[in-house]
Structure formats: C-alpha cells, structure tokens
Design a binder for this molecule. Structure first.
Ligand SMILES: Nc1ncnc2c1ncn2[C@@H]1O[C@H](COP(=O)(O)OP(=O)(O)OP(=O)(O)O)[C@@H](O)[C@H]1O
Length: 297
C-alpha cells in the first residue's frame, strides 16, 4: 500500500516544469515538499491529481496504475488553491460537489468540524478569511475518506494560532485513521516537528529525499563547549558545525555511537547537551548552507 511516483516529468509550452521526479509515498506518513517559489511544487501536485497529464512517467496508487485505472485517484485528495470554482459558492454547495466525487465523503462530520471551527455551512467561500479558507479546505480533505491528502502551502500567511489548529487536525487525523499527507512549503521552519520525511525540489528536480525518522535514529545534534578555543579532533573528524554562539558549538553527528560519545567525553567538554534536530539542520548539513540551498531566501 503506497503511492509510487516514477520518473514523472511535465513540460508546458516546450518548457520542462518538473523533471524525472520519483518517490514513494507510504501510508500514515507526513511528507514535506520543500522548494522555492516557482520550483514546481504545484505543477507536481496538479500532475499527481491528473489536472495535468504527465509528459512522461507513471503514478500508481496502492499498486494500481492511475493512467489505465483513473478511478484509483479517488484515494487521493487535492484542492487546487489557485484555480478552483469555490468563490461564489457556499460551503454547503462545495461540499455537495466533493461528496459526488468521493464515495466515502462524510458530510455529517464536515458539518460537525465546521461548527467546531465556527464556520457556518451556509456562508460563501469568498466571505471567509485566508486562514478560514485554508481550514475549510483541510476539513474537506479530512472528511473525504481518502488515504492520501495533498496540501499546497497550507500555512502560507497564516497566524500561529490558525497554524497550530491546522497542525492539530492533521496529527489527530493520522492518529485516528490510516491517512497520509504530502504538504508543500517554501519555508523549512513551517514543516519542522510535523514531517516524517522531506523532499526537496530545486530547479524542477527532486534533489533530496530524507527520512527523518531514520535520520534521527542515528544522528544527533549537540551543543558543546570546550575549555579553550581549540576544537578537538573528534569533533572535526565526525561532526559538522551547524552554528557557533560565542563559545557554544552546535554540532551535527551523522552516526552517533556510544564509542563516539565516549571519545567526545574524553575531550572533556565543559558542556555537552543534546538538542532537537530540525529539518533546517538536516538541509544545512546535507545540502550546504540553507540560504544557499533555498537560493538566498
Ligand atoms: N500552466 C502553466 N503554463 C506555463 N507555465 C507554468 C504553468 N504552470 C506553472 N508554470 C511555471 O512553472 C514554474 C513552476 O510553477 P509552480 O506553480 O509549479 O511552482 P511552485 O513551486 O508551486 O511555486 P510557488 O511556491 O510560488 O507556488 C513557474 O515558473 C511557473 O511560471
């Protein structure tokens, strides 16, 4: 059970927008898709959702090729946040249309969730604020009964409280039913603490695919202070410097073993404390400086 994306490319007006993209999207995972504005995230989503036909490549959902069996896409939910018919419609009208497209769509649950968010079922979509629109789209996704949900920039421009409500909804959904999410963002920090896996798209290609669970099982980030300015060889040989604050070194170790820990302790640090490994750290150490990776953002 998974979505297999194999060598998907899309060319529009002779220009390649995404090229040769492959990854596996397994159930009950939250995958982050990170890339700068214009990197091709929305084009990838539109191609996965069949709004665009791929120029080449294949997509299969739970073993079924969607080109030969289009109904397999009923397991995949995607709302195009830029091109949709929502504006003049009421939330009730929009949900009725989605209920026709998704056999397991649960309208009663949608009404209950909308009431919890104080969004009237009869209000028009265009009357909603940016945050309320995103919440509504996410609630549509949650009640769609689909196993795979794509969210395009769900946190863009939202305040921290709305962001937290959305994150809470996503995490609860995964805990309650075998759903999985593919969430795009041009901001690494937005995805921190949420994703199990991160894909990085740059110049129309997938340039990195990191499984954070695996990575966190073997890697470690430490804050270290040594008695003098000299950085011990064990840190230089096995670590990658992430940041320096005065005498505090923040160092990433790819393969942190008991032996390495013993060697570090033998160097007699004044302070040696673990700290959480973030997605930004992973990109910084794996792909160079994050600003360089993000093209100066
Ligand atoms: N239908 C189209 N016709 C022509 N060019 C397009 C079309 N759709 C996308 N593009 C171009 O493809 C590139 C990638 O666009 P896309 O919207 O997929 O990027 P994105 O990563 O989602 O960007 P953002 O973060 O700004 O939403 C852009 O340069 C865009 O101008």
């Amino acid at each position: 059970m998974s979505i297999q994306v194999e060598n998907i490319s899309k060319t529009i007006d002779g220009r390649p927008i995404i090229q040769d993209i492959s990854f596996e999207w397994r159930p009950q995972r939250i995958i982050g898709l990170v890339g700068r504005n214009g990197a091709g995230k929305t084009t990838l989503f539109r191609t996965l959702a069949n709004h665009y036909l791929p120029t080449s490549g294949t997509l299969s959902i739970d073993g079924v090729d969607v080109q030969t069996t289009p109904v397999a896409r009923q397991k995949l939910f995607y709302v195009d946040t830029q091109n949709n018919f929502f504006d003049g419609q009421t939330l009730a009208q929009i949900s009725a249309l989605y209920a026709e497209g998704y056999p397991k769509f649960d309208t009663d649950r949608l009404k209950q969730l909308l009431a919890e968010e104080q969004l009237p079922f009869k209000s028009r979509y265009r009357q909603l604020s940016k945050g309320q629109r995103m919440l509504f789209q996410i609630l549509l996704a949650l009640v769609s009964g689909t196993a795979y949900i794509i969210l395009d920039e769900p946190f863009d421009g939202l305040d921290i409280l709305v962001r937290e409500r959305i994150v809470g909804r996503i995490v609860n959904e995964i805990a309650e039913r075998p759903t999985s999410f593919l969430i795009s963002s041009h901001n690494l920090e937005e995805l921190d603490g949420l994703c199990d896996q991160v894909l990085f798209i740059k110049d129309d290609r997938l340039v990195a695919n990191y499984d954070l669970e695996n990575l966190r099982a073997t890697a470690k980030k430490l804050q270290l202070v040594f008695p003098d300015k000299h950085v011990p060889a064990v840190v230089k040989d096995h670590g990658k410097l992430i940041k320096v604050y005065g005498r505090v070194l923040e160092v990433y170790f790819d393969h942190y073993t008991p032996e390495l820990e013993a060697e570090l302790k033998a160097a007699q640090p004044v302070m040696m404390a673990p700290c959480p490994l973030t997605i930004s750290d992973v990109f910084r150490v794996k792909l160079g400086d994050q600003r360089a990776v993000m093209g100066g953002e």
